[in-house]
Design a protein around this ligand. Structure first.
Ligand code: BV8
Ligand code: ZN
Length: 243
């Protein structure tokens, strides 16, 4: 039963020397951001191949931009929840900690997490396909259905700064997360179905280093079979009780 495992899991985190935290869309669910693979999730309504691949963007840039702007607008409107804040608080009690998130919603940053790797990018930023200019659109958005580069005399197409399916993750980000995980003695997995690679390797690398794995999820995931503590419940309820 989850209840009686919480004190042990809390002790484990308290005495951990090096913690890797791995989060997915489930940690933002209680903020009002939809997940992907649950019933009623994003992939029920929007097909991956039509919205989250480089081919989709080159084929239908207007629709892809419309989808990301819709998600960016939502991400700006919602607030981080108590799970995001609990992870930010963990940085004040543990100096050797890294938060590797698959989420692009910017909520970990807004909650105050600093030791953060956004493995799949950040929806508030976009970059120019031609010159690489990176725009921060968190305040105001670039004009046009398909925004072009604001850099002087560059007319390149801007794209969301997210990693699409079939695209490589930023090597430095992946390397930093893998290295940290393989030296950790504790891995906290929150709100991910654990199906997307290479990110989903993170808990396995920690496990191989003998780390104890704690998972917080409303349902078992593809990672659950290797975890030491599976805490069934909402991240917003459980995380504040663990840190
Ligand atoms: C690459 C950004 C190659 C965009 C995303 C076959 C086998 C293995 C791999 C592959 C394969 N075929 C293709 C691949 C590779 C593919 C992949 O892994 N596919 C999977 C689906 C099979 N991976 C890639 O394409 C990656 N790139 O491999 O490139 C390469 C290599 C070298 C050189 C060139 C190329 C790129 C992957 C990144 C894709 N981009 N997002 C965007 O967001 O629009 S992935 C997307 O999925 C999001 O980032 C999301 O975060 C991520 C993972 O999903 P989850 O976060 O886990 O969300 P999900 O809905 O699945 O689950 C939510 C969970 O929360 C559930 O478990 C639920 O129970 C739980 N929950 C719900 N509420 C709560 C909760 N938990 C706690 N509290 C709650 N309240
Ligand atoms: Zn440009």
């Amino acid at each position: 039963m989850t209840e009686d495992k919480i004190p042990e899991a809390r002790e484990l985190i308290l005495h951990a020397k090096k913690i890797i935290v791995f989060t997915g869309a489930g940690i933002s669910k209680e903020s009002g951001v939809p997940t992907f693979r649950e019933a009623g999730g994003l992939w029920d309504k929007f097909k991956v191949e039509d919205f989250a691949t480089p081919e989709a963007f080159s084929r239908r840039p207007r629709e892809v931009w419309e989808w990301y702007r819709f998600r960016r607008k939502l991400a700006k409107k919602v607030q981080p929840n108590s799970a995001h804040y609990a992870l930010a608080k963990l940085e004040t009690t543990h100096s050797d900690i890294l938060l590797s998130t698959q989420n692009i919603d910017n909520l970990h940053s807004r909650a105050g997490s600093k030791n953060l790797v956004e493995l799949h990018g950040n929806i508030m930023h976009s970059y120019c396909l031609k010159c690489g200019y990176m725009a921060d659109e968190s305040e105001n958005e670039l004009p046009g259905d398909i925004p072009t580069c604001p850099h002087e005399n560059c007319d390149g197409l801007m794209r969301p700064n997210v990693v699409w399916f079939g695209e490589q993750l930023i090597p430095e980000d992946l390397e930093r997360s893998f290295q940290f995980a393989s030296e950790s003695d504790c891995c906290l997995v929150v709100g991910t179905s654990g199906q997307v690679y290479p990110a989903a390797q993170i808990p396995y690398l920690a496990k191989r280093n003998g780390a104890r794995i704690i998972e917080v999820n409303t349902e078992p995931s593809a990672i659950t079979s290797i975890v030491d503590y599976f805490l069934k419940g909402q991240a917003g309820d459980l995380l504040p009780r663990l840190v």
